[in-house]
Design a binder for this molecule. Structure first.
Ligand code: PDD
Length: 277
């Protein structure tokens, strides 16, 4: 018999819900997605499902039926009845003894939440401040894995500095992305963002932002920026599912432009909204 202790309570381990032995909790051994709806309609569901399937395959979690995930998302979204919803879902490899080598008969655990998407009107109209932090993450940031400790540390450093997002800088001194967002600069007629080969998440909002940028007449360069280049840019913004486009008006204490959301950023924001209608 094995004993478990939760806070100060001792009990036989076999009496515990298997969720306490979830490999997601022990190792962050799982992958996740965050998607949203606009005015009662799910946005970019297939794109999120495709990325989820890629993440699952990359970490060798097999036996997940993506069609079943799609119907669970729809079912939960309908049950929640929230017009502007944020949908979080994750799959871990399953529950079992704490062994780095996974057992043959694990059954993946699925977990999903639907909540109201936060109001980002003020951030969008006034813009936000960001600060840089070293990118301490692993070399497979293309996988949307549950391991987010470097991101958690970076975000809290930014929050302590009164900033809304941490911008990660790799060992070569180049910006990769935000702790939980893609990062863009407008320099002249050029919209610049790190390439997908820079060890970043293939952000879905990033793809739409690039499309929006082209639609408003910008040339797109997928080339990494240094913090110095970012601080000297005409405009900066973040792209993330939950808020789509968020203007950045301060970078490590330096005002960007006239410290107001830039004209192209506003155009891209408006263009983006047309994709969601
Ligand atoms: N984060 N880069 C990182 C590291 C992210 O965590 C996210 C999103 C993005 C933007 O990706 P997308 O456009 O597909 O949302 C980029 C989600 C929202 C999160 O972890 O909550």
């Amino acid at each position: 018999m094995q004993i478990a202790m939760i806070q100060d309570r001792i009990m036989p381990a076999e009496d515990l819900d298997p969720v306490y032995f979830d490999r997601g909790m022990f190792f962050g051994d799982g992958v996740y997605e965050v998607m949203r709806s606009y005015d009662g309609r799910l946005f970019a569901l297939e794109e999120h499902l495709r990325r989820f399937a890629r993440s699952l395959a990359a970490v060798e979690i097999s036996g997940v039926d993506i069609g079943e995930i799609r119907s669970r998302i729809r079912r939960a979204f309908e049950a929640a009845d929230i017009a502007n919803a944020k949908i979080y879902f994750q799959i871990t490899r399953g529950s079992g003894p704490r062994d780095r080598v996974w057992g043959a008969n694990l059954k993946p655990n699925f977990f999903l939440t639907v909540s109201e998407v936060g109001d980002s009107t003020e951030e969008k109209t006034k813009g936000i401040a960001v600060s840089t932090f070293p990118d301490w993450r692993w070399k497979r940031c293309d996988i949307k894995s549950l391991n987010l400790l470097p991101n958690v540390l970076a975000s809290n450093d930014a929050a302590r500095k009164g900033c809304s997002e941490a911008i990660l800088v790799d060992q070569a001194g180049l910006i990769t992305e935000g702790s939980g967002s893609a990062f863009f600069a407008v320099r002249g007629q050029v919209l610049q963002t790190a390439p997908l080969t820079a060890n970043i998440l293939p952000s879905i909002t990033r793809e739409f932002a690039i499309k929006a940028g082209r639609n408003v007449g910008l040339e797109v360069h997928e080339e990494s920026l240094t913090p110095g280049q970012a601080a000297g840019a005409d405009e900066l913004f973040l792209a993330v599912t939950t808020k789509d486009i968020v203007p950045v008006v301060k970078f490590d204490g330096t005002a960007i432009g006239d410290a107001k959301p830039g004209q192209y950023t506003n155009l891209i924001m408006r263009e983006f909204r047309s994709f969601t209608a």
